[in-house]
Design a protein. Structure first.
Ligand code: 2M8
Length: 457
């Protein structure tokens, strides 16, 4: 027994070593004002929700740097309030770069001083702002909140003004990249149903996708089977062309664009972000505007329409057909992060969490249930365990009073990262079955959020 424990200690990091290693990863990725998601060329620019997760980790050792991470994500905010999901740096080797988007030429709202994409990502800014605020003295916090409030507010208002045609507090996404869970099976279902362009269909029929696969730039560092499929990626490129064709004008996009989803995780994050915004507003003596107050009032009722009693899951909705996308995924747990759920509902969700055929794996939480035909343990958002999703889920469990479950998941998450940290550092995602690493190495949000889990109770 002693030898076993001693052996484990030798090849695994202690909490303190893990904290130091996480910090070292964040510092090594740091470019001063912003940090690319990983040390390799796979993602060489600034990504939006990555920046906020970075900040949540950085606040533990350099609060000013954490503020800069949040601030810098807003340096390219569009005139209409949109905060773009990528701010391009000088690096030229990204597969969906400025030439594909052409936002500065096509949109009257896009900034001219820097190139960006024309879509957004989950609004984690308010969360990061408040987490930083909690560590500041009252006067500094007020200044910090006064600085961030108008920017975050403009972003949320844009989402409700331009992406919420039903005014029910749940916004439409127009690209799976906006959800951050790029190739999650429910999103790919909508893509396959409505948004396979003729070009992509021809690629598929003629086998040209095999040739295109050889030319992919994103699979030089990470094996193709751990990434999105070539056909799905090309369908996404064509959706970007459609957004560009509509000059990133949301009215035209909602009327004609073939991919529109009421995404469950994005909307859960937005609901929670509004609560944070309310906290920020009240600390600085601001009154939330009516549109946000309205959205906050109706969103919990609208969220209920995403629950399916027959299967016991929350789902995203296909906004084109109006139907629920009944493909179970880890997103079903995120309403816990969004709001307070009834006890009975939580009981149902926790049953799924512990069911070995669904999410009860050795290294939870898989993004897709293991019994699903879509489950692939190493493939991107189709099965692997992601640390940011666990982090949101842990927070949701706490907020709903399930502290023991939250602790259990927190320890399982740290255990998963610790398992390979000595040899492989912090990875982008992990197999939920055996904990093996996948995706990019030296991954920022894995390091940042592990650091946060280790530093907070
Ligand atoms: C992944 O997405 C980008 C496109 O946005 C890509 O595959 O090139 C996703 O995991 C996304 O959630 C993440 O923000 C991004 C950078 O880490 O990579």
């Amino acid at each position: 027994m002693f030898t076993l424990i001693f052996g484990v200690c030798l090849w695994q990091m202690s909490d303190q070593e893990l904290v130091e290693a996480a910090k070292a990863t964040l510092v090594a990725n740091d470019r001063g004002e912003w940090s690319p998601p990983t040390s390799i060329t796979l993602y060489p620019h600034q990504w939006l929700w990555d920046s906020f997760f970075y900040a949540i980790g950085q606040r533990h050792y350099d609060i000013e740097r954490a503020k800069t991470a949040v601030r810098s994500a807003f340096r390219a905010q569009w005139k209409n309030g949109l905060v773009p999901h990528i701010i391009f740096s000088e690096a030229s080797d990204y597969h969906a770069g400025p030439d594909l988007w052409q936002t500065s030429r096509r949109s009257r709202h896009a900034p001219r001083h820097v190139e960006t994409t024309g879509v957004t990502q989950p609004p984690v800014a308010a969360e990061a702002t408040v987490r930083i605020g909690e560590m500041l003295k009252k006067k500094e916090r007020r200044l910090w909140y006064e600085e961030m409030y108008p920017k975050i507010l403009a972003w949320h208002q844009m989402l409700y003004r331009e992406r919420n045609p039903r005014e029910d507090g749940l916004v439409h996404l127009v690209l799976s990249w906006e959800s951050g869970m790029d190739n999650a099976p429910p999103l790919m279902e909508v893509l396959h149903k409505h948004a396979m362009s003729n070009r992509v269909r021809i690629m598929q029929l003629t086998g040209l996708d095999k040739w295109a696969e050889l030319r992919r730039r994103d699979t030089s560092d990470v094996p193709a089977h751990e990434r999105i499929s070539t056909l799905d990626l090309h369908a996404i490129y064509d959706l970007i062309r459609s957004l560009r064709h509509h000059n990133y004008d949301h009215q035209k996009i909602l009327a004609h664009h073939p991919f529109q989803v009421i995404d469950l995780p994005f909307n859960c994050i937005l609901m929670r972000a509004n609560e944070h915004l309310k906290t920020i507003a009240s600390e600085i003596g601001e009154k939330l505007p009516d549109d946000i107050v309205h959205a906050m009032r109706v969103a919990p009722h609208s969220l209920e329409t995403l629950w399916d009693d027959a299967t016991g899951f929350y789902y995203s909705r296909d906004a084109i057909s109006g139907e629920l996308i009944k493909i179970p995924s880890v997103s079903t747990f995120l309403p816990l992060y969004a709001t307070q759920l009834p006890k009975e509902r939580i009981r149902f969700l926790l049953k799924h969490l512990h069911d070995p055929k669904k999410f009860g794996t050795k290294f939870p939480v898989p993004t897709t249930p293991v019994e699903s035909m879509h489950f692939k343990p190493h493939c991107y958002w189709q099965g692997p365990t992601w640390i940011n999703i666990n982090w949101l889920f842990i927070d949701g469990l706490r907020r709903n009073g399930h502290h023991q479950e939250a602790e259990r998941l927190k320890h399982a998450t740290i255990r998963l990262v610790r398992k390979s940290a000595k040899k492989h550092g912090f990875h982008e995602y992990y197999s939920p079955l055996d904990g093996s690493v996948a995706g990019a190495p030296n991954f920022g949000w894995t390091a940042a959020l592990t650091l946060d889990l280790l530093k907070t109770t």
